[in-house]
Design a protein around this ligand. Structure first.
Ligand SMILES: NS(=O)(=O)c1cc(F)ccc1F
Ligand SMILES: [Zn+2]
Length: 262
């Protein structure tokens, strides 16, 4: 019996995930709508620090839900620390969520406004937990750094990713992707909002400390269009489903507090 099938379509999309993943209706689900003037400014929330050693990227793949760049997480070479985190969290992978041509695409929204896309850098607490799997089910197990992408100028470094997307067009495809330093995808300001939430795809574990950067990065419409040439479907699948709108809409805040760095 393979794991539950889920997707972003009418039948298997976000509104039906609760059937196989009841935590979808839990008290700390993600994403959420962030309302800046309701966020509490916390003086003792320090800056976040990323220390990404470029030689830890391994491969890039299409998992049928997004395009994912995996990292070697066997030591603390590439970590995020500071801010709301009690210790360094190890970079495991990053991936994207995006919309269809011209509308929506991000998962988190700001005052109800969505962005064209959202980049998630996924880290796990290797100080407290032995494996990513164990951390992914613990309330302080994961830290995901979210970065909004808006359309505008070409992003000089995103080309390193969009130029190889043709190699991972189909679900299940994977190719080498070494020497990529995700520091090149960060905006100039590391000011952020932070709150306690969950994975935004099944299994929707409530194990994520979210850190969402306030400043979006700019990418061109052309670069975003490259993501939309990816497919949800496998090479031998006769129906070719374009990979787009792979985002979960905002979930109930359920009394949670969103904190803001200075
Ligand atoms: N979109 S997400 O950053 O919450 C996420 C990260 C994972 F590693 C696995 C599942 C996820 F949904
Ligand atoms: Zn994500």
């Amino acid at each position: 019996m393979t794991g539950h099938h889920w997707g972003y379509g009418k039948e298997d999309g976000p509104s039906s995930w609760y059937k196989n993943y009841p935590v979808a209706e839990g008290n700390r689900q993600s994403p959420i709508d962030i309302v800046p003037n309701e966020a509490s400014h916390d003086r003792d929330l320090g800056p976040i620090m990323t220390n990404y050693d470029h030689c830890t990227s391994i491969n890039i793949s299409n998992n049928g839900h997004s395009v994912v760049v995996e990292f070697n997480d066997s030591d603390d070479r590439s970590v995020i620390k500071g801010g709301p985190l009690d210790n360094p969290y190890r970079l495991k992978q990053f991936h994207f969520h995006w919309g269809g041509k011209g509308h929506g695409g991000s998962e988190h929204t700001v005052s109800g406004e969505g962005f064209a896309s959202e980049l998630h850098l996924v880290h796990w607490n290797a100080v407290k937990y032995k494996t990513y799997g164990e951390a992914s089910t613990a309330p302080d197990g994961l830290a995901v750094l979210g970065i909004f992408l808006e359309t505008g100028d070409d992003h000089r470094w995103l080309h390193m990713i969009t130029d190889v997307l043709y190699m991972v067009k189909y679900k299940g495809s994977i190719t080498d992707f070494k020497g990529f330093n995700p520091n090149c995808l960060l905006p100039s300001s590391l000011h952020y909002w932070t709150y306690l939430g969950s994975l935004t795809t099944p299994p929707l574990h409530e194990s994520v400390i979210w850190i969402i950067l306030k400043e979006p990065i700019e990418v061109s419409e052309k670069q975003l269009g490259m993501f939309r040439m990816l497919l949800f479907t496998e090479e031998d699948d006769d129906q070719k489903m374009r990979m787009e709108n792979n985002f979960r809409p905002p979930q109930p805040i359920k009394g949670r507090r969103v904190r803001s760095s200075n």
